[in-house]
Structure formats: structure tokens, C-alpha cells
Write a protein that binds this ligand. Structure first.
Ligand SMILES: C[S@@+](CC[C@H](N)C(=O)[O-])C[C@H]1O[C@@H](n2cnc3c(N)ncnc32)[C@H](O)[C@@H]1O
Length: 288
């Protein structure tokens, strides 16, 4: 289940499935096409996530620590993108839309797209149940329109490299000038990955798709720069998201870990080993 917010998910998971993920290479070469064809990756991702969203994810994402993590993420996204009451927001790979439904009250409209019909059914049902009318969810990899902000939460690292390479251009085409793209993905340098692979390798493997992999912030930023974005990257967390995934019932623990992260991440050495990195790309640069 890849996720960030599931046991062994993004934050504590490893990428054991392919040797290519583990090789230490110059930053740019780490995003060279992998062996799998994009269509094969799509099929595997779909099969995996249909199963994930058939009940387990819904239960897991409703746990207190995961809810607290989502609330923190939503505030962070609003701050980093500058999205507000007049903004139209696109969310790629939105899953069951739990982050998007937290964002909805703060923006004009939010549109989520995901490969998984099961996820989209859940997102629509939750929007209906909560009486949220400015959120729309569509099955697929895109939702045509013009947006002030686009987000991709734990999504980029699920794409085949060819699809990832094309994505910045597609996002640029649907963003208004000055629009902002925000993504959050597991870092290949994270300490939590090393610890997780040692201590709970089976759990980490179980909760990952065959194709997801940790990513390198500088190489990912390069893809967006070449598509004409101004880009910066930040480290989102050190131990708090992995803890929420491992101990989803422990909200207090998550809050303490989050507060600790805010202190720990002031150290450049610890930032380098952080769990997930954020990429903030502003539509405004020149295509290179
Ligand atoms: C790790 S989950 C993250 C979901 C959600 N953003 C969250 O934070 O819980 C990755 C999501 O990407 C979706 N996905 C994977 N490949 C996709 C693609 N090519 N197009 C659209 N969605 C895709 C999966 O179905 C899954 O819901």
C-alpha cells in the first residue's frame, strides 16, 4: 500500500523490489527509465490499489494518528501552495480523498483524480456524507481544466519513469500562470527506510506496490525545472509520518513526534536523512 500512512508505507518502506532502486548513481541518472513498461506499471498499480481500497485503507486512514497527520499535511499544503478561497486545486493520485476533503473548505474547488475506481467511489461517498459540494473526484490520471494549484501526495513515486518524465509538462499545461505544484514523496536517503528494511523487512514489502520506489529530490526537481518551473524542495518529516503508519491509534505519539521533527529538521545532517521530501514548483519559469 505504498502509503505514507500505512504500516511500512512510504515513510518506513524500502524499495527492495528492484536492484536499480538501490544503486547509488549520479542524481540525474536515477530517473532513467526502468525496465517496466508504463502500461504494465498501471495494471499492477490498479490491481494493488483496488484491493487496498476495498476496506483496509479506509479503516487505517480513519485512525487517530493518521487523521492528525492528514490535518497537518492539509495545513502545510495550503501554506506551501498559497491556495485559498479563490483557488481551483487539482489533486493527482488522490486515493480516497481524505486529504482533499480537508482542503475543500479552504478553497473554491478541488478536483481529485485516481486510477482506482474503488478509491474514487469512497471519495465521492465521503464527500456526500460530509456535505462537501466543492469537491469532485474522477477515475483516471488527469482531470482536464485550468487550476491555480496542483498537488500530488505520495503519487509521483508510483509512476513509471516515462510517465514521470512527461508529468511536469502536463501539469504546466493545466496550471494558470503563477500556479503552484506541490508534491510529497519518500526520499531515497531516508533513515527510516534503512531502519525499516533492517527491522521489519516483511512488513515493508507487504505494504508496497511492486513499482513504487523512493525518489531523489534533486533529480525530481530537475524534471520540473526543465519543464519551465521554478522549483524548491524541502524535507517534510523525519519520524512522525512513519510513526503514524506504524502506530495509527496513537495520536499523542504522532503529535510529540511531529513537534520533535520540527526541531530535528533544523539540523542539515538530519534533514538529509528525512523521510519524505516536498517539491514546490511555480509555473513562471522558461522551458529549458
Ligand atoms: C500511495 S497512494 C496515495 C494516495 C493518496 N494521495 C494518499 O495520500 O493517500 C498512490 C495513489 O496513486 C494512484 N495511482 C497510481 N498510479 C496512478 C496513475 N498513473 N494515475 C492515477 N492514479 C494513480 C493509486 O491508485 C493510489 O491511490
Amino acid at each position: 500500500m505504498s502509503a505514507d500512512t500505512v504500516p511500512g508505507g512510504n515513510d518506513v518502506s524500502g524499495g527492495e523490489n528492484r536492484g536499480v532502486r538501490e544503486r547509488r548513481e549520479p542524481a540525474e541518472s536515477r530517473l532513467q527509465p526502468r525496465l517496466a513498461a508504463p502500461q504494465d506499471v498501471l495494471h499492477r498499480e490498479l490491481a494493488y490499489h483496488e484491493k487496498l481500497y476495498s476496506g483496509f485503507a479506509q479503516a487505517h486512514f480513519a485512525r487517530p494518528a493518521v487523521r492528525a497527520l492528514r490535518a497537518h499535511m492539509a495545513q502545510r499544503i495550503l501554506r506551501m501552495t498559497g491556495a485559498g478561497a479563490n483557488s481551483r486545486v487539482l489533486s493527482l493520485g488522490c486515493g480516497i480523498g481524505d486529504t482533499e476533503l480537508l482542503l475543500a473548505p479552504h478553497v473554491r474547488e478541488i478536483v481529485g483524480a485516481d486510477l482506482s475506481p474503488a478509491a474514487i467511489r469512497q471519495a465521492r461517498a465521503d464527500a456526500e456524507r460530509l456535505g462537501i459540494r466543492n469537491a469532485r473526484f474522477e477515475v483516471g490520471s488527469e482531470a482536464p481544466g485550468r487550476y491555480d494549484a496542483a498537488i500530488a501526495i505520495f503519487f509521483l513515486h508510483h509512476l513509471a519513469d516515462a510517465a514521470l518524465a512527461e508529468l511536469p509538462g502536463k501539469i504546466r499545461a493545466c496550471l494558470e500562470p503563477g500556479g503552484v505544484f506541490y508534491s510529497l514523496d519518500p526520499s531515497r536517503d531516508r533513515l527510516s527506510g534503512v531502519v525499516g528494511r533492517r527491522l521489519i523487512p516483511g512488513l515493508m514489502k507487504k505494504y508496497q506496490t511492486a513499482d513504487e520506489r523512493e525518489m531523489e529530490a534533486a533529480a525530481t526537481a530537475g524534471l520540473f525545472r526543465r519543464a519551465g518551473f521554478e522549483v524548491r524542495t524541502e524535507v517534510y518529516d523525519f519520524g512522525s509520518s512513519p510513526l503514524a503508519g506504524l502506530l495509527p491509534g496513537w495520536r499523542f505519539g504522532y503529535r510529540v513526534a511531529r513537534a520533535l521533527d520540527d526541531v530535528l529538521l533544523r539540523s542539515a545532517a538530519l534533514r538529509r536523512r528525512g523521510s519524505n521530501f516536498e517539491l514546490v514548483a511555480t509555473h513562471g519559469g522558461r522551458v529549458v
